[in-house]
Design a protein around this ligand. Structure first.
Ligand code: BV8
Length: 225
């Protein structure tokens, strides 16, 4: 039974209306990474960071999965071997499309985290700098997302999946953010066939056995069929 390990990035949610990071006009075009996606940026201006994530959380709750998310959920349900979905995305569109056990290596917009005691809870639609932790009452609530300089979630589990993969697929990622950008190379060391599906060649196109260019909502359902 072939084990399929899939990594998704912002490109899979682009056709659901959620901005990518690096495309023209993308999220980073309007904000410096240092200001909105680092612990230092949060310490400097928590209100700005909460505004950045509140806007994305409001967009994410309105967004609907597209045919690419649906195709991956179908693959998980129909494939006789294991299908593991690892996402860099913090939206919940894979789950809304019916995918199971999605690994959110960069966290989720729907999660809140206490910077003081590490408690986690369901984030309200809008968070602010004065929000208190429901466990320790410290006014240290932050989005439960992994910022630059922080360690992504479930890396040991992810490494095992990459070592065991027979097929590794990357969908809608520019391959510019580590450690996700190194996953194809790790899968190659384990002998996996590697498929890249992206709108255009990425920084890591050379790490793949094949590249299928096009919009995820068209390319992914064709590959899953
Ligand atoms: C860490 C937070 C140590 C939530 C994000 C090695 C070398 C150089 C630098 C580093 C390195 N190792 C570590 C670093 C530092 C840093 C890093 O990588 N910096 C970069 C900028 C050079 N990495 C870290 O700090 C990471 N931590 O390494 O800790 C460690 C490591 C391992 C084990 C233990 C300890 C933490 C990184 C996490 C940062 N947080 N998000 C949020 O705000 O969302 S990253 C952010 O970028 C998102 O998660 C996003 O998903 C991610 C990657 O971007 P993409 O998903 O690829 O999106 P992008 O816009 O870039 O590309 C979209 C692609 O889709 C494009 O190619 C486009 O063509 C395509 N596309 C568009 N439309 C479509 C489409 N494709 C198909 N169909 C379409 N319709």
């Amino acid at each position: 039974m072939r084990k399929i390990v899939i990594l998704t990035g912002a490109g899979i949610s682009a056709e659901s209306g959620l901005g990518t990071f690096r495309d023209a006009g993308g999220l980073w075009a309007r904000h410096r990474i240092e200001d909105v996606a680092t612990p230092e940026g949060f310490a400097r201006d928590p209100a700005l960071v909460h505004r950045f994530y509140n806007a994305r959380r409001a967009q994410a709750v309105e967004a609907r999965p597209n045919p690419a998310h649906a195709a991956l959920a179908r693959l998980q349900a129909a494939h006789d071997g294991e299908v593991v979905i690892i996402t860099q995305n913090v939206d919940g569109l894979h789950e809304t499309a019916g995918a199971q056990n999605v690994i959110h290596m960069h966290g989720m917009l729907s999660g809140a985290l206490c910077a003081a005691c590490d408690a986690r809870w369901q984030a309200p639609l809008a968070m602010g700098p004065g929000d208190a932790c429901p466990v320790c009452a410290a006014r240290a609530a932050r989005p439960d997302v992994v910022w630059f300089g922080e360690i992504p979630y479930r890396m040991v589990e992810i490494g095992q999946h990459l070592d065991e993969a027979d097929v590794f697929v990357a969908i809608g990622t520019s391959g510019q953010v580590w450690p996700a950008a190194g996953f194809a190379q790790q899968a190659a060391r384990g002998g996996a066939w590697r498929v890249e599906m992206n709108l255009e060649p990425s920084d890591i196109t050379g790490d793949f056995s094949e590249t299928r260019l096009g919009r995820a909502s068209e390319v992914v359902p064709v590959w899953v069929a």
